[in-house]
Design a protein around this ligand. Structure first.
Ligand SMILES: *Cc1c(COP(=O)(O)O)cnc(C)c1O
Length: 465
């Protein structure tokens, strides 16, 4: 097929620059950027012509050129990273930014970062200070640890701990704890990157104290415990308690390191969840260094928090990796505020969104569901809509088998497919993330904030009406 005529039908850049719609774009935005976009869109069209033989399809694409230039321009001039309405029911959704922080905390953050701050300045002494100083004492008070610091995330924390305490040394880990947390974080690989030598002991389901003690040599640098956050082995299992391991560690003078994952600081069983060992439990049991995430159950910013004996934390603060992994002022500010809330458990539950969402009263969730249901009452001809029971999950690899009772709105559209409804909700300026189950669109109301109900209703009405 001779496609020359099709190529020739593509308008030239000069011509496009005089198209009234594009003239408007140039007035609103920036000429050079628009010229680049025009070239890109023309190239895309040329590739399309090269790869396709359907003339009517090619003509259609060609006629959409100005429209596509406009869309690309508007896309480039708007922020891509934005708020999403979370109808998934997963509280710590890794793909949706994990822990959200409160408006109160965000407002104070904005005050700190839009001004100069004492991030690394000791105001009392009028000289250089430490960025961990703002929250180190607080963390110690809450967890019972001697010292604390924080890096960018828990993966970095584990690397820093191993590299500071067990470089070129053997680290003993139970086979049942050689986990992959996701996003390429695998204990054996982290070990390699930190230049620590992995010594696996026990079996997948059972590890005994002798397995550890038999593996200790003069080259042992540490005993490592890893919280198997995102999976559970059931049945014929056995692992060694922190208390037992701590006794062994003291006898042999070898430190215990623990990667506890989520960093729970309160007793979640009071709120109807399974008891999840806290950071305080580990410190009390005699663990020398504990690391955990800032943005899982702790409910703060992305960070890796390290607590434990001062002599080890001091070593880590001097490790060159700390400079590479260090937190910025955004994280430091929010971490301090989050730990402040933990001074009083009631405040933590009330002011840390992750904890409020986990402990949210089912009646409150049902009320949100009914509110949304009522706003959708005019859609009876367009869809079957119901308030139903559902189960939320915590997510972020925390308490993987734990499901929390919740309420949802289920929608079965009559004139479009459920997948189309899901897609239209997602491809929105204010995207909504929902799930499909049994051909029904399910919007779990647990993580829908009060002021989002109206917006959500409007969107659904616009799509279905
Ligand atoms: C989540 C998790 C990590 C990784 O933490 P990030 O903060 O995501 O880097 C490491 N170890 C365990 C046990 C975890 O649960």
């Amino acid at each position: 097929m001779n496609k020359n005529i099709l190529y020739r039908n593509i308008p030239k850049v000069d011509v496009l620059l005089e198209n009234p719609q594009i003239v408007k774009l140039i007035e609103k935005y920036h000429r050079d950027v628009i010229v680049d976009i025009i070239r890109e869109e023309i190239n895309k069209l040329r590739t399309f012509i090269k790869e396709n033989d359907d003339i009517s399809l090619i003509e259609e694409k060609t006629s959409q050129l100005v429209e596509n230039i406009t869309k690309s321009t508007e896309k480039i001039y708007s922020y891509n990273l934005r708020k999403v309405i979370n109808g998934s029911g997963t509280i710590l959704h890794t793909n949706l930014g994990r822990a959200i922080i409160s408006k109160k905390h965000a407002n104070y953050l904005s005050e700190v970062v839009t001004n100069y701050s004492n991030l690394e300045y000791n105001l009392e002494e009028g000289k250089r200070g430490e960025r961990y100083s703002h929250f180190e004492k607080l963390i110690c008070k809450i967890t019972g640890a001697e010292a604390a610091m924080a890096v960018n995330n828990n993966a970095a924390a584990v690397m820093l701990v191993l590299s500071s305490m067990a470089k070129e040394k053997e680290v003993i880990v139970s086979r049942g704890e050689l986990v992959e947390i996701g996003g390429k974080f695998r204990i054996p690989d982290v070990m390699k990157s930190s230049n620590a030598h992995l010594v696996e002991v026990g079996t997948t389901n059972k590890t005994h104290l002798e397995d550890y003690s038999d593996a200790i040599t003069e080259n042992t640098g540490a005993l490592l415990k890893v919280h198997t956050s995102n999976f559970k082995i059931l049945g014929f299992t056995e692992s060694v308690s922190l208390e037992e391991l701590s006794k062994l560690s003291k006898e042999k003078d070898i430190p215990i390191i623990e990667d506890i994952g989520s960093g729970v600081l309160i007793d979640l069983s009071k709120y109807g969840l399974k008891y999840e060992p806290t950071v305080q439990d580990s410190i009390k049991a005699g663990v020398d260094v504990v690391s955990f995430s800032g943005d899982k159950l702790l409910g703060g910013p992305q960070a890796g928090i390290i607590v434990g004996k001062k002599k080890y934390i001091d070593k880590m603060k001097k490790n060159p990796l700390t400079r590479a992994f260090r937190i910025d002022k955004f994280t430091a500010t929010v971490l301090e505020m989050i730990f402040h809330e933990y001074l009083n458990e009631e405040n933590a539950i009330k002011n840390i969104p992750v904890l409020s969402l986990i402990t949210k009263d089912i009646k409150e969730i049902e009320e949100s569901a009914k509110k949304l249901y009522e706003k959708l009452s005019n859609l009876k001809d367009a869809a079957d809509i119901k308030v139903e029971d559902t189960l939320s999950q915590i997510g972020g690899g925390s308490l993987p088998t734990e499901k929390i009772k919740s309420k949802c709105i289920s929608i079965v559209p009559k004139n479009i497919s459920t997948t189309s409804l899901e897609e239209q909700l997602r491809l929105n300026e204010n995207p909504v993330v929902a799930r499909i189950s049994d051909d029904k669109l399910i919007i779990d109301m647990r993580c829908i904030l009060e002021d989002e109900i109206e917006i959500l209703a409007e969107k659904i009405i616009n799509i279905l009406k």
